[in-house]
Design a protein around this ligand. Structure first.
Ligand SMILES: C[S@@+](CC[C@H](N)C(=O)[O-])C[C@H]1O[C@@H](n2cnc3c(N)ncnc32)[C@H](O)[C@@H]1O
Length: 371
């Protein structure tokens, strides 16, 4: 047997972010094997040569635009769902992978870009039908221990992944949910969510889809936002994110020259500063612990504004969540420069991710040292 054997990984990303994924995982030696928009598979030589052992030598590909990454087991492509299921069982049982898995996640690739035709990523009706058909048999065959599919995984779980590239073409894989704890634990939170999309429902109709974007960003940041903390959002209108922060019990200042939604304006814990961030006196930021920025301006301008706020000697900001508009996927190579800039302010735990519910923009989170 050869001393090295190829391992295959499958990745889902936002439809349209594919070129950026290819570029970022190529840096770690992953070579493209197959791709459709929103779905890619890669291979890499591994020094191990046993079915399971070879995974131990490799880390799954990761990157800003990688929404999910799984070890690939194979592809099922049949006449109908029953034929696909039969192929899937054979692929899994013959792969030599350790069974059973702790659960199964089943989701479609993003067939259109997020926001186009109001498209939102996540579990769709076809995935539900496939899950209902497949999960009981997976349990019966001893492939999974829990027949409830698309449950949020627990730390340390091993999850079977089925990506519906098309309703009749399924990529089969699996991924481990890291056991990490500490500040970095939440950076692996999306590995617990089915298809890397946070399962979240709002208590009512949302003011803007920024509500969901902020929920995902806050969960992923790992920031310990508590009742009574003060948060400032720059670029707050119409108020989706502010309404979430208010629901969480925070005191919120929204900075934006545009109008805020009535419901947010009337909330007793909300104050609107109707101005551009650059015009707001420093004293308004005093006592604020969390800074969110979601203004529709160039990243350079966003970073210049944030630098003034967080590097001021009286700043009390402990964590920041910034939306940075990439301005076209071809400009994704600017991200490293933005990270260097934020680090130069003394920030730590800087992380960047294209949120599942973001459009062509990335979310940068960072903590300010010693605060
Ligand atoms: C994408 S919207 C924000 C959505 C909002 N976060 C929500 O949750 O509904 C972008 C906003 O940024 C505001 N904006 C642009 N430049 C700004 C600046 N320099 N200071 C404050 N707000 C700004 C715009 O007026 C616009 O309302």
């Amino acid at each position: 047997m050869s001393p090295s054997e190829a391992v295959f990984a499958i990745i889902c990303c936002q439809n349209g972010a594919d070129p950026a994924v290819k570029a970022e995982v190529a840096r770690d030696g992953w070579r493209l094997a197959y791709s459709r928009r929103g779905f890619l598979s890669f291979k890499k030589d591994s020094p191990g040569n046993k079915a399971v052992g070879r995974y131990d030598h490799q880390r799954l590909p990761r990157g800003v635009f990688v929404r999910t990454a799984s070890w690939s087991l194979g592809l099922a492509k049949g006449e109908d769902a029953a034929a696909n299921a039969k192929q899937a069982f054979a692929i899994i049982e013959q792969s030599g992978v350790k069974l059973p898995f702790d659960g199964v996640h089943i989701w479609p690739r993003d067939r259109v870009p997020v926001g186009k035709f109001d498209f939102e990523p996540g579990i769709d009706e076809v995935a539900m039908v496939v899950g209902e058909m497949l999960a009981p048999s997976l349990k019966q065959r001893g492939i999974i221990t829990d027949e409830r599919f698309n449950r949020v995984a627990k730390r340390g779980d091993r999850i079977l992944d089925i990506v519906l590239i098309e309703p009749s073409q399924w990529a089969i894989g699996w991924h481990p949910v890291p056991k990490l704890t500490g500040n970095h634990a939440n950076s692996t939170l999306p590995t617990m969510w089915p298809g890397g999309v946070q399962p979240i429902k709002s208590p009512g109709e949302v003011i803007s889809r920024a509500y969901f974007k902020a929920a995902e960003a806050i969960a992923w940041s790992g920031f310990e936002m508590r009742t009574g903390d003060m948060a400032i959002e720059v670029g707050a209108s119409p108020g989706g994110a502010c309404s979430l922060l208010l629901e969480m019990g925070l005191n919120v200042i929204g900075i934006d020259p545009a109008e805020m939604d009535e419901e947010v304006l009337e909330h007793q814990n909300f104050r609107h500063i109707r101005a551009l961030a650059g015009e707001v006196p420093r004293t308004e930021y005093e006592g604020a612990k969390w800074l969110l920025v979601d203004s529709n301006v160039r990243p350079d301008q966003t970073l210049a504004t944030v630098e003034q706020i967080v590097t001021h000697r009286d700043s009390t900001i402990e964590g920041m969540i910034l939306t940075l508009k990439v301005g076209g996927i071809a400009h994704a190579d600017r991200i490293d420069g933005w990270v260097r800039k934020v680090r130069s302010w003394g920030a730590t735990d800087v992380a960047v991710r294209q949120l599942a519910r973001s459009k062509i923009e990335v979310c940068l989170v960072a903590r300010m040292r010693g605060r």
